[in-house]
Design a protein around this ligand. Structure first.
Ligand SMILES: *Cc1c(COP(=O)(O)O)cnc(C)c1O
Length: 366
């Protein structure tokens, strides 16, 4: 029986990749912001429709270095309903995460609960456009402005999204993206920071290249988060296929909706108004009373049939072993309820509709 995993990374036609990397055999530039890296950053800036964009080795380091480039101290208000990276980046940057509850409708940070968490130590808000669901950017930024806080968006799930004509990377002080193999758009490993303040660019650049400014002047305590030419080449190839990848994913999402959209006890995300979506994830929340089974039972049944759905995002990051007793306990009842009952289904551009039909049949066979 053919196994179906949560995702299958997109690869461009092999000849396209070979053509793109062939210049490396002439110039011998493998990394350190070479020509492919430069071209990739240019194309990304255009594609994301943002003022500035810098490429990084991966999404996580782009977030860590963005936090460090902003040179902050104190507390960061964030969501516990996210991938490990978001919370780790805060803690690894010497900041303290303060966990805010999420909204019941789209699982992003509940902006109405942010102000209660602000103290004299708060320096920033770090929301996540989780599953590509765009946060309440207007309310978040209004609060931030009133309290003089930075806003950093973890837009790892929101690559390519456009809200009312505005590229997703234009919100807040900056946004970070991930081009990991498992994301809808990949450069094998890779990430980027989008921002509009020109001065921030120099700091970000230093952070990713050991703090160097010029040949032998080191101005900040940077690390190494450079994207290699081979990764940039993969990004350049895949960017050309982005629309095709999205269309393939939409086909799968539409089919899931057909099968699962009207089943009592299954809650799906609703389409976002005025948003060009990227179809990054397909999460389903199970209501045991109405559906007759809980998430665990369905998750295991799928597994028995060789279908590997994932409990994204479970557990909440604030409940990780490394954080459980490290920070003050914040009440996040909605997040607790969602994390116990949510499951994301396999989703990638080349997933066959017959496979989607089979997955749904197994879910509904209770
Ligand atoms: C994938 C992801 C990251 C980290 O990206 P990498 O490229 O894997 O380092 C950060 N935040 C979220 C929400 C993610 O899903």
């Amino acid at each position: 029986m053919k196994k179906i995993y949560i995702t299958k990374p997109y690869l461009p036609p092999l000849e396209e990749y070979i053509n793109t990397i062939s210049s490396i055999w002439q110039n011998h530039i493998l990394t350190n912001m070479g020509p492919l890296h430069k071209e990739f950053e240019q194309k990304l800036t255009q594609f994301l429709d943002v003022p500035f964009c810098l490429a990084f080795a991966n999404g996580h380091l782009s977030l860590e270095m963005a936090l460090q480039a902003l040179d902050m101290r104190g507390e960061v208000i964030t969501t516990p309903f996210t991938f490990a990276s978001t919370t780790h980046a805060i803690v690894r940057s010497g900041l303290k995460p303060v966990f805010c509850d999420i909204r019941e409708d789209n699982y992003t940070i509940d902006a109405d609960k942010i102000e209660n968490l602000i103290t004299e130590k708060t320096c920033a808000i770090l929301p996540v456009h989780v599953y590509g669901q765009i946060c309440d950017t207007e309310k978040i930024e209004e609060i931030a402005e009133r309290h003089h806080l930075k806003v950093i968006y973890d837009a790892a799930h929101a690559f390519g999204e456009i809200k009312s004509g505005i590229g997703i990377g234009r919100f807040g002080d900056l946004s970070i993206f991930s081009f990991h193999a498992t994301k809808p758009f990949n450069s094998i490993e890779g990430g980027a920071v989008a921002f509009s303040n020109y001065e921030l660019g120099a700091k970000l650049y230093q952070m990713k290249n050991f703090g160097f400014m010029g040949e032998d002047m080191v101005c900040s305590v940077g690390g190494n988060a450079k994207l290699s030419e081979f990764h940039a080449a993969m990004g350049l190839c895949n960017l050309k296929h982005y629309e095709e990848i999205c269309a393939g994913r939409k086909r799968v999402v539409d089919r899931y909706r057909e099968h699962l959209g009207k089943i009592p006890g299954l809650k799906l995300l609703t389409e976002q108004r005025d948003v060009k979506e990227n179809y990054a994830y397909f999460p389903v929340v199970f209501d045991e009373m109405l559906f007759g089974e809980n998430r665990e039972v369905v998750y295991n049944r799928l597994k028995e049939h060789g279908i590997y759905a994932r409990r994204y995002f479970y557990p909440l990051t604030k409940d990780f072993l490394c954080y459980k007793s490290a920070f003050q306990r914040y009440e996040t009842p909605i997040a607790e309820q969602i994390t116990e009952n949510i499951m994301t289904l396999p989703l990638y551009d080349s997933l066959q509709l017959e496979e989607v039909d089979k997955i749904c049949e197994i879910i509904l066979k209770r």
